[in-house]
Design a binder for this molecule. Structure first.
Ligand code: GLN
Length: 542
């Protein structure tokens, strides 16, 4: 079957949630019996998101094959329930680098190499090469239609539409102006006009905003942007992103897209029943679980980051939706614990310490972990969270008073966390980009451990992103005092999981299981944690 393309393009503002629109459409197509994959175009020069500061870029998503990517790939995986490899992310830097490399190898036969057609062709071939045997490829272009850096990508999208069956969707902002009490459609009209300048006539316009867009406004958008008003699809703020596919379904968005391609839902298609049931459990369960996420990147100036621990927050919600408990999740800046102590933590049923880099706020994290350990509060440590748990245990249980990671203190007497040997040379050579331990690695779980019980198997695989690890020189001393390294790399060299047997739930992992959690298949470890937080403890003693 000939692959069909759906282009999701932005207007007016970035950050509107095009990724959720793209993911939701993918889910709808799956529910109608079709296969779909997606591509994210990031028009920045960076080769990937790996070198970007979390406070500026938000969380860096890690793919199974070790790509460090924008979080939209995470949304695709969470909604579509499948792995999206790193080649599904295209940046300006990647495109130009490969064109220049080809030019140096004389692959353009000595002619001058130009934006048109060479850069455009490179983008086209990168987009079309991900299709595999999928019925649909969804292509999301970051930024908005007027951005200078978007132009080559928009031209490539237009050309693919001349060669393959394609549909164009403009996601735009419809603001509500309080002083006049009205929704304004003019920015949308300008965004559609911008697209027409590159030869793209949108088939659908998805309107984002605080409020629902009414019929008269839909009619105006339709008339002024030259589309049927029934193809103006409303997408107001909803309580949960997982409601969006259902909200689209109510407007027959999936059916309308299929109709544009001249097809309809397949016989025996899976539908949305399972999804819907989970959304209902997530939003309407009577029982509430209060979870604190204590991290170093919560605050940036006066604002609170919503997406710096995005995958962790989503993984918690996935677990809650399956268990049937309503999540009440709060993020706490770890420096606050340094200033005010642990009283702010008392209201939580469980505490997560996510990943991080560098010294700021780490003493607050260590104090938080001590509080969890001593007060039997369920604790889940992720990557830096595991490293901090080892430091806390070394200092406060093993008496290694200045124990630390060499990422923070190179002169500590007890470097319980240290560089992985292969990382030392890379850092000396300033090779920072894409050189961490990245992507999926296997671990072997110890018989009789809680993690073995939780995962229900001996061999597991989770995704990683780190340069440091537990220093093997200290393992014996730590284990003698009761810390159990319950998961190791198959060669037993790397400590992948730790736990405390006599605690309701004190588990940390060097990996990031949040990257493998999907709405319809939550991470076992997050499920175990939420269960412990609501009092359902895994009964295992080592
Ligand atoms: N900074 C730590 C390391 O590089 C942990 C990284 C993380 O939490 N992802 O090992």
């Amino acid at each position: 079957m000939h692959t069909k393309y759906i282009f999701v393009l932005g207007g007016v503002l970035s950050g509107l949630g095009k990724g959720i629109v793209t993911s939701s459409i993918g889910k709808l197509l799956q529910s109608k019996g079709y296969t779909a994959t997606s591509v994210k175009i990031d028009p920045y020069i960076n080769l990937d998101a790996g070198t970007m500061r979390p406070t500026e870029h938000g969380e860096v998503w890690v793919t199974e094959d070790g790509g460090e990517i924008d979080q939209d790939l995470g949304n695709y995986e969470r909604f579509l329930g499948k792995n999206i490899p790193k080649r599904h992310n295209i940046t300006t830097g990647q495109v130009f680098l490969s064109v220049i490399e080809k030019e140096r190898k004389l692959e353009y036969g000595g002619r001058d190499v130009e934006m048109f057609p060479d850069i455009i062709n490179e983008i086209k071939s990168r987009i079309t090469s991900v299709a595999d045997d999928n019925d649909f490829v969804l292509v999301e272009v970051g930024g908005t239609s007027g951005d200078l850096e978007n132009q080559p990508f928009l031209h490539a999208c237009r050309e693919i539409g001349r060669e393959h069956p394609s549909v164009y969707i403009l996601v735009t902002y419809v603001p509500f102006l309080r002083n006049v009490g009205e929704l304004k459609t003019k920015p949308t009209q300008h965004a559609a006009m911008n697209l027409r300048q590159v030869g793209i006539f949108p088939d659908f316009i998805v309107t984002r905003g605080e409020r629902k867009v009414d019929e008269p406004r839909k009619a105006t958008i339709g008339k002024r942007c030259f589309i049927d008003s029934e193809n103006v699809i409303d997408d107001p703020d909803l309580e949960s992103i997982y409601q969006v596919p259902m909200f689209f379904e109510q407007q027959k968005f999936g059916e309308k897209i299929l109709k544009k391609f001249g097809i309809s839902a397949k016989e025996g298609a899976p539908g949305m029943a399972n999804w819907e049931e989970r959304v209902n459990k997530l939003m309407h369960s009577d029982k509430v679980v209060r979870i604190g996420v204590v991290g170093k990147y919560v605050k940036h100036g006066d604002s609170e980051h919503k997406d710096v621990y995005l995958s962790v927050l989503e993984a918690l919600k996935h677990a809650c939706a399956e268990i049937g408990v309503k999540p009440n999740i709060e993020q706490i800046q770890s420096t606050l614990i340094e200033e005010q102590g642990t009283s702010a933590l008392e209201k939580y049923d469980g505490i997560v310490v996510p990943g991080g880099f560098g010294a700021t706020g780490t003493e607050g994290i260590i104090t938080t972990i001590k509080y969890c350990r001593e007060n039997n509060v369920p604790f889940l440590g992720l990557c830096y969270g595991l490293q901090m748990a080892v430091i806390e245990f070394a200092r406060n249980v093993c008496g290694m008073d200045d124990a630390n990671t060499t990422e923070i203190n190179c002169d500590t007497h007890y470097p319980v966390i240290d560089f992985m040997p292969e990382q030392k040379d890379l850092i000396k050579l300033k090779q920072y980009g894409a050189t961490m331990r990245l992507g999926a690695y296997p671990a072997v779980l110890k018989e009789g451990s809680k993690v073995r019980e939780i995962y229900g198997q001996e061999f597991i695989s989770e995704r990683h992103r780190h340069r440091y690890e537990v220093n093997p020189e200290f393992i014996e001393q730590l284990e003698e005092k009761g810390l159990v390294f319950s998961g190791r790399s198959p060669d037993r060299r790397l400590m992948e999981f730790l736990e405390l047997p006599n605690h309701p739930f004190f588990i940390a992992t060097q990996s990031h299981p949040e990257f493998k959690s999907r709405f319809e298949t939550p991470s076992p470890l997050f499920k175990g944690f939420v269960n412990a937080a609501i009092g359902k403890t895994v009964q295992k003693t080592l």
